[in-house]
Design a protein around this ligand. Structure first.
Ligand code: PHE
Length: 339
């Protein structure tokens, strides 16, 4: 093979290798153009050429080197461009894509209702008072005009802790405490847990929540009670809601009433929710019994007041059409995430 042919072969081999190469161009540079490379090896044989041949072969050798170098530079640029293209594709961030929604917690329906109620009554000038869940018999019963042996005790299925201590069966216990500690005017609500030793079923739970209201001042009348509850009913159940009082008995209020709201589903015509009554019982209320005021250290000849107590579960179940109270305690995320 002549030197010329040799150079041509190196050129075509090198160009093919460069075109096929994925990344390691440096190895090819060493192989063809390096000090111990193939092109150098051929040039070393230049001395054997005739003086006429030398410049011709020299020119071809220069062309071959230039071609190989140009091919390598071009290939390098192509590879770099491809790598960049690949990276851009891999790392592309489409800011218009919808994000992965973070799983959000939900406010429990009982808390939703309790917050609503608190907002309503705070708006009416009430403040919030809390009392202990482990309570003295005195505040849960005696100070509320329910002495020992009073039949009303039987209806409350009390969990006793000792003879004198119990789990409060009603938030009315807070009334008795507030009367002892505050001077009228008193205008408080007291939300919280209460306990009764009831078997768990669709409408009963041994632990549930009540919200108590108490107002005491000079000249408080049943009209004030009615106005307060009317405002509450309209805000909680809708502005068309009406209320009605039915005579009832509680030992700590006189007179006492059970209070109904007009059905917020059918407006009073009768439907499934109100069991065709048009009315739904919502709470107990009345004028604070003079004897209860007296035991709380408030002079019933100067002051009068009203009280009411409602069940938070009952309102949540009515409002959100929950047919089983147990849903409120099982913490099933499928249930809770609906609110
Ligand atoms: N404590 C009563 C109950 O648990 C409700 C009530 C509160 C009634 C205040 C009248 C006044 O049933």
């Amino acid at each position: 093979m002549s030197m010329k042919e040799n150079l041509e072969q190196i050129r075509s081999e090198a160009l093919a290798a460069i075109a096929a190469d994925g990344a390691d161009l440096e190895a090819l540079r060493v192989k063809y153009l390096g000090k111990k490379g193939e092109l150098t090896a051929v040039l070393r044989g230049m001395g054997q050429l005739t003086p006429e041949e030398r410049p011709v072969v020299g020119q071809i050798a220069n062309e071959v080197r230039a071609d190989i170098e140009a091919a390598m530079t071009a290939r390098k640029e192509t590879l770099a461009a491809e790598a960049l293209e690949r990276r851009l594709k891999e790392e592309k961030l489409d800011v218009t894509m919808p994000g992965t929604a973070a799983k959000m917690g939900h406010v429990h329906p009982l808390n939703l209702v309790q917050r609503d109620l608190e907002d309503i009554f705070i708006g009416l000038g009430f403040s919030i008072e809390e009392g202990p869940e482990v309570e003295y018999d005195y505040y849960n019963f005696q100070a509320l005009n329910i002495p020992e042996e009073h039949p009303a005790r039987d209806t409350q299925d009390t969990f006793y802790i000792t003879e004198k201590m119990l789990l409060r069966t009603q938030t009315s216990s807070v009334q008795a405490r507030v009367m002892e500690n505050k001077k009228p005017p008193i205008r408080i609500i007291s939300p919280g847990r209460v306990y009764r030793s009831d078997a768990m079923d669709a409408t009963h739970s041994p632990l549930f929540h009540q919200l108590e209201g108490l107002v005491i001042d000079k000249g408080i009348t049943m009209g004030d009670l009615r106005g307060t509850l009317d405002t509450f009913a309209k805000q909680e159940f809708g502005s068309d809601t009406r209320i009605r009082f039915r005579p009832h008995h509680f030992p700590f209020t006189e007179p006492s009433a059970e209070v109904d709201i007009s059905c917020f589903v059918c407006g009073g015509k009768g439907c499934r929710l109100c069991k065709n009554e048009g009315w739904i019982e919502i709470l107990g209320a009345g004028m604070v019994h003079p004897h209860v005021l007296e035991m709380g250290g408030i002079d019933p000849t100067v002051y009068s007041g009203f009280a009411f107590g409602l069940g938070v579960e009952r309102i949540a179940m009515l409002k959100y059409h929950i047919d089983d109270i147990r849903h409120l305690y099982e913490n099933d995320v499928r249930f809770l995430s609906q609110f």
